[in-house]
Design a binder for this molecule. Structure first.
Ligand SMILES: [Zn+2]
Ligand SMILES: [Zn+2]
Length: 427
């Protein structure tokens, strides 16, 4: 059962024009442009803002199917098999990936546990399911129910599935532990490493625009000739202004569609302010407590970095410093600057600001490293009297800061940057 646009918009109102496939609307700046046919491996860039409009992926379907099946097998193995073993003297502790989650649940750290389970288990699992549900039927040209919904959610889940960030945190945690104990990577760890790589490859290989065309071939919907079209952020269909005014939904993927995200600046500002307010305690207060032979000490985000430097682990200190301190601050400052620049209608340096937006969208999730490091340490370092690690309030605050800045960035509509140009040209 496919959902056709006619279910939302009466057929008479819509003129889907498949022959207009050679038109594409830039996701970043909203400029409509004719596109030239490209070869399988070329990429096409926007003439106004230079962001990637379309990227050919070559022969992709069989490879993407194989990667999706491999990812499913690796996922099952890496969550069920032992992941890492820590030995302190005669005692040893083996943990699976999900033990961090269970350890947080036992301590009633619901927010942190929820954050960890969704970003390293639920979303990645959905990602793999979606790959299989879309790619395998596609290769047999068999339509299954709700595929448009799954493909839509896949796009929305993408930045919240954080296996590669978790991978980095395992590295950081193992370096932190190296001088106090013997650390042994188990089979689950190697499966997990392979899974991270396979999933990245699957994303690179999958051609979402081909899948959308397969689910619903029309990508251009207008009610009358010559009207302004807007692009759907999810499926990249182009929809006429009058249709959006009437229905607020994309005729192709049925997601909510607006010419500009409503109250984008207000929402973005509100999330940003909340993030700034929480950022202060998350840096001042301790993120974890560790007890060694009755001695109790606490770590803040910054003291964790300083300890790494003191131990001569410059490389890993730099990684943690960048992910936990530089990235959140840069993100907050850049977003504030972008919001302000739209408010005052700044016309200079739009390309530069559009690049900044793409940059913060890309780097934001890497700040989760410290949250996962604490989770790993809590799960692993439980040797009763000898050595234990417990999470503290600031790590929850910090996790929430990362989430808030990500939502703030998602609420910001980058097309607003380019609207200043239209205003000046229409004056
Ligand atoms: Zn553009
Ligand atoms: Zn759509």
């Amino acid at each position: 059962m496919r959902s056709l646009p006619q279910q939302v918009i009466s057929p008479a109102a819509v003129q889907p024009e498949t022959e207009k496939h050679d038109l594409l609307l830039c996701r970043d700046c909203g400029k409509l442009q004719a596109i030239a046919p490209i070869s399988a491996k070329q990429e096409l860039r926007c003439s106004q803002c230079n962001s990637v409009l379309h990227r050919g992926v070559g022969e992709w379907l069989q490879v993407a199917c194989a990667l999706a099946i491999t990812a499913a097998v690796l996922f099952v193995c890496s969550v069920s098999l032992p992941f890492i073993t820590l030995e302190v003297g005669p005692q040893s502790q083996t943990a699976t990936i999900l033990d961090g989650f269970w350890a947080l649940m036992e301590r009633q750290q619901w927010v942190l546990a929820g954050l960890v389970i969704t970003t390293v288990f639920v979303f990645p699992l959905f990602e793999i399911f979606a790959f299989l549900y879309l790619l395998i039927p596609y290769s047999f040209n068999r339509h299954l129910p709700q595929q448009h919904l799954i493909l839509r959610w896949l796009r929305q889940v993408q930045s919240w599935s954080m296996l590669e960030v978790f991978m980095l945190s395992v590295l950081v945690a193992s370096v932190k532990l190296a001088d106090m104990a013997v650390l042994r990577m188990e089979i689950g760890f190697y499966m997990f490493t392979a899974l991270v790589m396979v999933l990245i490859l699957a994303w690179i290989k999958m051609d979402r625009s081909k899948l959308w065309t397969w689910i619903q071939p029309h990508n251009y919907f207008i009610a009358h000739d010559g009207e302004q079209v807007y692009d759907c952020r999810v499926c990249h269909a182009m929809v006429g202004e009058s249709l959006i005014d009437r229905h607020n939904a994309c005729p192709r993927c049925l997601s909510v569609l607006h010419k500009r995200i409503p109250k984008s600046l207000e929402k973005s500002t509100a999330f940003l302010i909340a993030a700034v307010l929480l950022y202060i305690p998350s840096n001042v207060l301790p993120i974890m407590t560790y007890a060694t032979l009755g001695d109790v000490a606490t770590d803040t985000i910054l003291s964790g970095v300083i300890e790494l430097v003191a131990a001569g682990l410059w490389g890993i200190a730099l990684v943690v410093f960048t992910a936990s301190i530089v990235v959140p601050i840069a993100k907050i400052l850049i977003l504030a600057y972008l919001i302000l620049s739209v408010k005052v209608g700044m016309k200079r340096g739009i390309k530069h600001r559009a690049w900044l937006y793409r940059f913060i969208e890309f780097v934001g999730r890497w700040s989760m490293v410290d949250v996962y490091v604490v989770t790993m340490l809590v799960a692993l370092v439980q040797f009763g009297f000898v050595y234990t690690v417990e999470p503290e309030g600031a790590i929850i605050a910090f996790g929430v800061v990362v989430v808030l800045t990500m939502i703030a960035a998602e609420s910001f509509d980058p097309r607003l940057l380019w609207d200043a140009l239209d205003e000046s040209s229409s004056e």
